[in-house]
Design a protein around this ligand. Structure first.
Ligand SMILES: Nc1ncnc2c1ncn2[C@@H]1O[C@H](COP(=O)(O)OP(=O)(O)OP(=O)(O)O)[C@@H](O)[C@H]1O
Length: 272
């Protein structure tokens, strides 16, 4: 299927008394690279999990083109989860399996039960998996056990695994939060090239402002479950940033995590 506009209409998710996501309405155009920022607990993870239906909204509607995501069940929901790949902070690879097999597992959704159990794959699937690894500069590690790779390498394998699903949207929940600056940069660059070359929509939760400024066409800042800011990096002024994070949170979010952000000139110095 083609990429399409993702629309959230008055979406709320409550956990007991907490409104983790509170009446969020937004549209994401196909091929946009969107960074979601905000303090811990602002609702960023919940927002992504609502989009791929890891959790259901308490109220509101999510659509992708003319498909209503929030109404999907069974086969249709499984198809949506393939269209909408998810990357996590902790990579979620199977350590004892080699890199190639980890990527091939991304294609299992389209397999019969028996082939999934025996991890049998066609030559075409293997070729596709190698090609995906190659895009992430990870093909030379194809036969190495995933558990022996560095965090940054594991995250690139996780992205390759997501790519073989042939998704329309890539959701990434703090994909660089546990990486060093060099690896964080490589992972962000990989997401950016997939976005540009394949026209994939990317929504990425980030805990560092400078990374969002350096890579994202659009930045959405959440605060207490609501969209507090929605605009470009240039529109995200120091005053808005102070309101998003509070002055005590600023120092933490002002750290440079991805090294390219320094050379792009997008880094704003925010007074602590
Ligand atoms: N499964 C759950 N059960 C109960 N409360 C939850 C659950 N998931 C999230 N919450 C609450 O919803 C709010 C938003 O959480 P969420 O994880 O979406 O925030 P976040 O912005 O992603 O935070 P972080 O940056 O720390 O990951 C928090 O108050 C959190 O405690």
């Amino acid at each position: 299927m083609e990429n399409a506009t993702l629309t959230l209409s008055s979406v709320t998710r409550r956990f007991g008394e907490t409104r983790a996501v509170d009446n969020v309405t937004l549209q994401v155009e196909p091929g946009q690279f969107v960074g979601v920022i905000g303090r811990s607990g602002a609702g960023k993870s919940t927002l992504l999990r609502l989009i791929n239906r890891l959790i259901d909204p308490s109220e509101g509607q999510i659509t992708f083109g003319n498909r209503e995501i929030t109404a999907m069940k069974g086969r249709e929901l499984r198809a949506w989860r393939r269209d909408c790949a998810m990357i996590f902070q902790q990579f979620n690879l199977v350590d004892r399996l080699d890199v190639l097999t980890n990527v091939l597992v991304g294609q299992l959704a389209g397999h019969g039960f028996l082939n999934s159990m025996t991890l049998r794959f066609s030559d075409a699937e293997r070729t596709r998996a190698i090609q995906a690894l190659d895009r992430l500069d990870m093909a030379p590690k194809a036969l190495q056990r995933a558990g022996t790779l560095s965090g940054g390498q594991q995250q690139r394998v996780a992205i390759a695994r997501a790519l073989v699903q042939d998704p329309r949207i890539m959701l990434a929940d703090e994909p660089i939060a546990s990486l060093d600056p060099g690896n964080a940069t490589r992972v962000m660059e990989a997401l950016r090239s997939i976005n540009r070359e394949d026209g994939l929509t990317v929504l990425v939760n980030l805990h560092t402002l400078d990374t969002a400024r350096a890579y994202c066409d659009r930045i959405i800042a959440m605060r207490e479950g609501r969209v507090f800011f929605d605009g470009t990096a240039a529109q995200l002024t120091d005053d808005v940033v102070r309101d998003i994070y509070g002055s005590e949170g600023l120092a933490e979010f002002n750290e440079a995590v991805t090294s390219t952000s320094v050379s792009t000139g997008h880094v704003a110095k925010i007074p602590a």
